[in-house]
Every structure is written in C-alpha cells, then in structure tokens.
Ligand binder design. Structure first.
Ligand SMILES: Cc1cc2nc3c(=O)[nH]c(=O)nc-3n(C[C@H](O)[C@H](O)[C@H](O)COP(=O)(O)OP(=O)(O)OC[C@H]3O[C@@H](n4cnc5c(N)ncnc54)[C@H](O)[C@@H]3O)c2cc1C
Length: 406
C-alpha cells in the first residue's frame, strides 16, 4: 500500500484553527499559572476547555460518537503539534496525557457499559483520569514484568494491594486504570490485568504528590497506595491476565501522541531562538549571521523536520495496523524524545541569559519539561534494546549448544 501523507483539508483547517486558538487564547493564559501547569487551578482547565469548544477545536482525537473530531493518528499528528505549542494547549483541547491515552484504551477495550460510565465523561472533560502501572523498586518500571501489585479474587470481584508511583494526573482524578498481577509472580511475562478504580473506592489513596523537575502536566505526579481495595467484577478492563497486551494498545499510540505534542514545544523553542537570532547583535552582526549559531539553528530545523517525518510515517503504520508499527514506534519515540531535548537546549544556548530566565521567555520552562520524556513511555535505552533485538532477530542463528540439545 503506498504511504499517504496528504493532509485532508478538514484536518488542515482544524490544525490552523488550533494554532490560532493557542496563539490568541492559550498562550495569554500561561501567565495565570506562572507557567507551572502542575498546580494550575481546576477553573483554568474549565475555562480553557470551554474556549476550545467555542473555537471548535475540542477533543480532536475523540470519536464523533463521544463528541470529538475523530481524527486518526495522521490527523492527530498535525493538530497535536499545533496544540503542543503551549504547555496548556493539550489540556485545553482535552488531548493531554494521560487522559488522551486512556480514552484511546477505553474506546478499544472497554465494554459498552464501561464506555458509558468512564469514557463518556472523560471525553467531555467532565472528569480526569490516571494510568497506574509504575511501582517503586523493585516493582514495575522499564521492565513491566516486575509488576508486584496484586489483585486477588474475592466474592463478587477483586481485592487490589500494592503501591504505584509517578502516576500523572492522579491527584483529583475521577478514576484510575490500574495494572495488577492476577497470576504468576514478579518477573513472569504475563499474568497482569487492568482494573477501573473510582477515586473514592475505599482502600485507594494518594500517599503524596511528588515534587519533580517538570511542572507541565495538570495535577503533577503522585504516589498511590492500594490497601484491600475491592472492586467489582465489572471493573475488569479487557480480559483477565491480558493486561500487558492491553497496555500495548495504549502505549504505542500514546508514545506517538507524546511525540506530537512535544514537537510543538520544540517548534516554539526554535521560533524563540530564530526571533532572537534575527534581532540580537554581537560582534557587528546579528546572531543569525554567526556560523556557530547558524549551525545550531540548522541542526534544530533538521531535528524538527526529521521528527515530523518519523511521526507521520509511524502514525501511518499504526493507522493501517502494519506489522512494522512496534519497531517504528520505538524508533520514533527514541529519536523524537532526544531531538526535542536537543532543539530546546540549543534554543537556550542561542538566547543566552534570556534562555535561562523563567519569566521573560518560555525556554527555561521547556528545558525542564522535555527532559523526562527520555524516561517515561520507555527510557531511550529500553527502546534501543528492543529496536536492536527486533533488528537482529531474522539474522539470529541457533546457538551451537542449543542445536546440539535438539
Ligand atoms: C514525568 C513522569 C511521568 C510519568 N507518568 C507515569 C504514569 O502516568 N503512569 C505510570 O504508570 N508511570 C509513569 N511514569 C513512570 C515511567 O513510565 C517510568 O519512569 C519508566 O517506565 C522507567 O521506569 P523506572 O523509572 O522504574 O526506571 P528503571 O526501570 O529503574 O530504569 C532506570 C534506567 O535503567 C536503564 N534501562 C532500563 N532498561 C534498560 C535496558 N533494557 N537496557 C539498558 N538500560 C536500560 C535506563 O537508562 C532507565 O532510565 C512517569 C515517569 C515520569 C518521569
């Protein structure tokens, strides 16, 4: 099948409308939370989402059935990049992590009853959600098989016990999607199940909000405890013991939507650097005429264009259900996470002290925000490990001792 990269006119119009909304409404609102989205008030989220609805740009990824524009991943690539130009843009459009990934997962895996109960209000922006997978050591992290949180059968349902941390958006969320072990022991490849847990379920609590380097995600990241937390059988999301497979349904597209949003942030950083390079004089010329600054600007243009091309290619593979999608998702996630860090870092360098000011330019803030992306949704090293294993697989010869055994 030929790869189709044309952007449909309605998608292009939605991207243009999103860019205008971000420029006219969202960027001016950044002042209201001092740039820190972690502690932004709920009223700001409501106001921005109301504005997005009025501008006709709300919920680009949500199927029309639930009130959104129903874009596929290729469409999301252009619109999410426009939204990501401000840290508040994805929140305004209701396409920020982790809600956006959770909506996708619920749409694909939930029962009709669960969709009505959880997806409908989430898509409308009436509640927020979180996705609870990672655990403090020695539990699940880059290697999800280390999962230690357990779910044990009890009459009429399941009892969940364990601890999760770095759970984005957990503070104030209406519900959590929780990964727990229903069979096997830590280190086993299967045996996980996902559960939908209402925030007010006895036995689930926020232990603490974790202070972090980044501050760009609404409600920040929290540690959660599950102590004899009982949920009904109807709260199993997908099949029992198929949690790791379901996680892939969420993680592949969610890695790409992170790339899309952060590419918007990188573009903003580069635009700030270009403006400075065109106006600030040093040694008898503007910065943009100095060779070493030109090199940084050019390298950032290359990083941005290469990221966009990789995102679109991978979005195409995911949209068409291609067998190449997992490998390309790892390639894109690794490249884009590192490229956006390079772009933002160069922009800081080009702007000098202005780049370090948290008040006079967005760069210092962006520098803090992009760094964790090299860790979450799979650290770069874990993805490289997976990329190399897949690449070498067709060439792998049976080991001599294995051949002798058979
Ligand atoms: C800002 C932020 C938000 C997050 N939000 C969520 C959330 O909402 N929900 C959730 O469940 N989790 C969330 N996480 C957790 C995130 O998914 C984990 O941090 C990530 O999976 C890595 O796990 P870990 O931190 O336990 O690192 P570890 O598993 O301890 O890995 C540490 C390091 O080991 C190295 N490493 C790992 N694997 C390999 C390998 N195969 N080869 C070589 N080196 C390797 C890498 O350098 C890696 O960074 C978030 C994390 C951050 C930082």
């Amino acid at each position: 099948m030929p790869i189709q990269f044309d952007i449909d006119p309605p998608v292009a119009r939605l991207a243009a409308a999103t860019a205008e909304f971000v420029r006219e409404v969202v960027i001016p609102a950044e002042r209201e939370c001092g740039g820190s989205v972690h502690d932004a008030p709920e009223t700001l989220r409501e106001t921005l989402q109301k504005g997005a609805r009025e501008a006709g740009v709300f919920a680009p990824h949500v199927p029309a059935r639930w009130g959104g524009h129903g874009l596929d991943l290729r469409g999301q690539a252009v619109v999410f990049e426009a939204a990501g130009y401000s840290l508040l843009g994805p929140l305004a459009l209701n396409c920020a992590a982790p809600d956006e990934g959770n909506m996708h997962l619920l749409e694909k895996v939930a029962t009709e009853e669960q969709k009505d109960r959880f997806l409908r209000p989430l898509a409308a922006g009436e509640v927020r959600s979180c996705f609870a997978m990672t655990e403090p050591a020695p539990g699940a992290g880059a290697d999800p098989r280390s999962l230690r949180t357990t779910a044990t059968r009890v009459p009429g349902g399941w009892r969940i016990d364990g601890r999760k941390w770095f759970i984005s958006g957990a503070h104030g969320a209406g519900f959590a999607i929780v990964m727990a072990r229903t069979s096997g022991s830590p280190g086993a490849p299967g045996g996980a199940t996902m559960f939908l847990v209402d925030a007010d379920t006895p036995g689930m609590r926020v232990v603490r909000d974790i202070e972090t380097l980044d501050e760009g995600l609404f409600a920040g990241h929290s540690e959660l405890a599950f102590e004899e937390c009982v949920v009904g059988e109807d709260r199993v999301l997908g099949a029992v013991d198929r949690g790791f497979e379901n996680a892939q349904v969420r993680l592949g597209p969610a890695r790409m939507t992170h790339c899309m949003r952060w590419l918007g942030a990188a573009r903003r950083a580069q635009d700030v650097a270009l403006e400075r390079a065109g106006s600030r004089t040093a040694f008898g010329s503007v910065l943009g005429d100095l060779g070493m600054v030109q090199q940084m600007l050019a390298d950032s243009e290359i990083d941005i264009e290469a990221s966009r091309a990789l995102i679109l290619r991978t979005a195409w593979e995911l949209d068409t259900g291609s067998a190449a999608a997992p490998q390309l998702t790892s390639v894109s996630k690794t490249f884009v996470a590192e490229a956006v860090n390079r772009v933002v870092d160069r922009a800081v360098q080009i702007c000098g002290a202005l780049g370090i000011s948290a008040a006079d330019a967005p760069l210092a803030r962006l520098l803090r925000e992009v760094r964790p992306f090299r860790i979450y949704d799979g650290p770069s090293e874990t993805h490289r490990f997976a990329i190399a294993r897949r690449a070498v697989k067709p060439y792998r010869q049976p080991r001599p001792e294995a051949a002798a055994d058979s």
